[in-house]
Each structure stands twice: as structure tokens, then as C-alpha cells.
Design a binder for this molecule. Structure first.
Ligand code: ARG
Length: 258
């Protein structure tokens, strides 16, 4: 009888312990690494820190804060061409893409977007001494530089008889304007503004005319990874509530969010 009681007690104890073990295993493991793709020649959203191989900017600091909120131990930034970002998501080489990427109907067919996180638009940049191009209608038949695969490239393609040259980065498109090889650049207004402001008195260009479009930036994830898109939205909302988003916005744009 004694032996039997002992046996029952030990069976109970062992099963209790196993129970403990299994509940521990069921708890969510810490997520290791979020791999983020971007095209980092797009200040103030993403660019290389001076004298360093690291990237910084509004997008970079935002996604780093979001990754932390989502419980990732590490947030790794991968540098690639802008037009390579969506294929990289589809190939699972990256988990998310943050690159001042406009939410468009066309892209929505291929990827999921987070809720909008920045209001943007396109503007026209010309040589500072140019007096003939004042608005989009003056671009008919002109030479225009754009960044490949961008909404700027799409908008430029709508202009009658325009000769369009595409570059890997917006910086290269602007360099073409500096070299007087093109008449204008069409690109994202906050990026062009930042670039003109950073050039100080060496500025060779100016923005003309009305803002051409109204665009929202979103963070892209693979179509198949709907769970991650949801998590990103939750993290973004949390950072908007706790003031982190506003702090970053103020830091990079000097104003409060539009
Ligand atoms: N907003 C534009 C677009 O989505 C340009 C984005 C370019 N971004 C970059 N990191 N180079 O097409």
C-alpha cells in the first residue's frame, strides 16, 4: 500500500513538473532579428551617417523603435536599389521595406502596407537661375531626371514629349541637374527640400510650382505575411500614442506631423 501511494505521488509530481516545462515552452520566444530593406540615398528618411557605415534618418529611427516595441532583439538594415525592395520582400530576403515608399494601388497588388506614416508629395526642381520653368506645364518637351521605379518617374512619364533619364538614386538625378544635363528633376518634396536646405549657400537649384501629388508613405511587407503588417500597425499606433513618433518627426523635420 505504502509503495502504491509513493508511486502515485511521484507520478503526480513528475506530471506537474512536465506541466511546468511545457507552459514555459509555450510562452512566446523572444524574436531575434527584423531584417529591413531600404535604399539609403534619401535624406532625411534614410542615409548613411557621415564617416560611418551605419544608416540613420526618420525611417530608420522609426523602424528601429517599432522593432523594439514588437519585441525584436535586433533590427538589421539592408541597403539595396529602390526597385529591388518589393522583389526582395517577395523572395523573403527582407522582412519589411521602409524607404519613403508611397502607398500606390499598383504596389498594393504586390505587398501589404502599414497604415500611412508620413504625408508627402512630388515637386519640380530646376537650376536656380532658370526663369522659364515655373510649373508642370512648362516641362513639355524638356529633359527630366528621376529616380528609377519611383512615383516621380511615373509622374514624369505623363508629361508630353519629355525626355526622361532614370537614375539609381535621387542624388544622382540631382547631380545631372547640377551638370546642366537635364532641365528638371521630379522627386519627393521633403527630400528635395532637405537637400536644398543642406546645400546652404552652395545651392544650385530651387523648387518651382505647385506640389504635383499628394502621397502617403507606408511600410511594406510580403503579401503572405499579413501578421507582420498587423504587428507593424500596432507598434506604429503605440509609438504615436506614447510620443515617440512626434519626437522623431520633430527631430527630422523641425515641425509637428501634418
Ligand atoms: N516616394 C517615392 C516612391 O515611393 C520615392 C521613394 C524613394 N525612396 C528611396 N528610399 N529612394 O516611389
Amino acid at each position: 500500500m505504502k509503495k502504491f501511494v509513493l508511486f502515485v505521488v511521484s507520478v503526480l509530481l513528475v506530471s506537474l513538473c512536465l506541466g511546468c516545462g511545457s507552459t514555459k515552452k509555450e510562452a512566446a520566444p523572444a524574436k531575434k532579428e527584423l531584417i529591413v530593406g531600404t535604399e539609403p540615398a534619401f535624406a532625411p528618411f534614410e542615409f548613411q551617417k557621415a564617416g560611418s557605415s551605419e544608416f540613420t534618418g526618420f525611417d530608420i529611427e522609426l523602424i528601429q523603435a517599432m522593432a523594439k516595441k514588437m519585441g525584436y532583439e535586433k533590427c538589421t538594415i539592408r541597403n539595396m536599389g529602390f526597385d529591388a525592395l518589393i522583389p526582395a520582400l517577395e523572395a523573403k530576403n527582407i522582412d519589411v521595406a521602409i524607404a519613403g515608399m508611397t502607398i500606390t494601388e499598383d504596389r498594393k497588388k504586390k505587398v501589404n502596407f502599414s497604415k500611412p506614416y508620413y504625408k508627402s508629395g512630388l515637386s519640380i526642381v530646376v537650376d536656380k537661375n532658370n526663369t522659364t520653368i515655373k510649373d508642370v506645364k512648362d516641362l513639355v518637351g524638356k529633359k527630366i531626371a528621376v529616380q528609377i521605379g519611383t512615383t516621380g518617374a511615373i509622374e514624369a512619364a505623363k508629361i508630353k514629349d519629355a525626355v526622361i533619364t532614370s537614375f539609381n538614386t535621387n542624388n544622382e538625378a540631382c547631380l545631372e541637374l547640377k551638370n546642366k544635363a537635364v532641365d528638371a528633376v521630379i522627386g519627393d518634396k521633403p527630400v528635395e527640400e532637405y537637400f536644398l536646405q543642406q546645400s546652404g549657400k552652395n545651392v544650385y537649384a530651387k523648387i518651382v510650382g505647385k506640389t504635383l501629388t499628394s502621397e502617403d508613405y507606408g511600410i511594406a511587407t510580403a503579401k503572405k505575411n499579413a501578421a507582420l503588417a498587423k504587428e507593424l500597425d500596432k507598434a506604429l499606433e503605440a509609438l504615436q500614442k506614447d510620443g515617440t513618433y512626434d519626437t522623431l518627426y520633430k527631430k527630422w523635420f523641425g515641425t509637428t506631423a501634418k
